[in-house]
Design a protein around this ligand. Sequence first.
Ligand code: ADP
Length: 415
Amino acid sequence: MPKNSYVLVINCGSSSLKFSLIAPLTGESLLDGIAERLLTKNACITINFPTKTNISTEKCTTLLTLKSPCDHKIAIEKLVETLTQHQLIKNISAIGHRVVHGGEQYSQPTLITNKVKKTIIELSRLAPLHNPANLIGIEATQLAFKNLPQVAIFDTAFHQTMPEKAFMYALPYELYQQHDIRKYGFHGTSHFFVSRMAAKTINKPIEQCNFISAHLGNGCSITAINNGQSVDSSMGFTPLEGVMMGTRSGSIDPGIIFYLIEQLNYTLDEVNQLLNKESGLLGLSQISNDCRALEQAALATNNVHTSRLAKLALTVFSYQIAKSIASFSASLTSLDALVFTGGIGENSSFIREQIITHLALLNFHLDHSLNQSTCLGKSGKISSKNSRLCLVIPTNEEWVIAEHTYLQLQQLKQG
Ligand code: ADP
């Protein structure tokens, strides 16, 4: 792969397709964007070109509406057209795909072959919303870039180092043996990235680093990292387990599900919708799944009821995250740093403060002024002098996908 080449990173959902063109060794982005509302009348594609000024990098955005019916294949064709217009197409030497579930089969970046595609389909039983959509992205891209190698980077891969004691559920053993029911963990590329950046920050080889990383976005997961490897994570068999999230309930008493069905006449689909889409910050607050909106609502003095529910949602959220972080002290023998990332972890000084307040027993204390200034997506330390180290590190999953795609292809070439 030539030195000045770029990897096109694709993250495909059922109705959206995110893309970015990244230099694998530096993380420089030439272009990024999203095709949204695919398969509807309102399909559109937004393409951002970073433009460098003397003081900062700004984004120049092009919004194109797409002729209906626009599917993933047409969105990719539009992207190819734009890349060709801007003479970027020749710079692309590989495609890296985010694939959500790699099961126990994949713990490494993997060159996509027909056999790998078959396995991704087979693993759809574990991730019915995600893997089929990821495959649509792979096939659409394969059609458009016939001669380029394509690599799958699995969200679950980083967690494949979890020991049995962490990934087993206390269910009959045959459910694991015959049906693969176990904890897998998700957000692997993000936990991988921030742990590597944290190791650089403290100037220690990653193989000797122990961290707890908290990825707090619309989805939230906490991971314990021992000697650079994931040893436990809060998400489980599905991304529904663990702490409450934007619209997901996180862990609840499974007995509630029986109660909903038997006493309140919920159907299975309704329970699924309730726990995945109507719970979490949105469900508790009755206002929004958006942390920013809730922080504003909590402060509003004109509606006591709304303000109370917004505060309640944020308080339960922070408390659950603090408890999850504290629980991972059982997984580690020492701790170099706690790392916050994701939209909320990177930007919300309020939520970080709420979480750290619960962790005094673990000797975490905040430097309030650092916490306030380390927002708006900047990296930095937010703990006080006598505290254990607490860092904020903006995640960059696209860069990991580009880099791993590149390294995997280099390895195949050499080996
Ligand atoms: P996703 O998991 O979809 O990638 P993000 O990582 O972008 O999501 O995180 C989205 C969350 O980050 C939303 O709840 C949003 O409100 C929150 N967020 C973004 N900026 C801020 C901010 N300045 N203050 C508080 N929350 C923020």
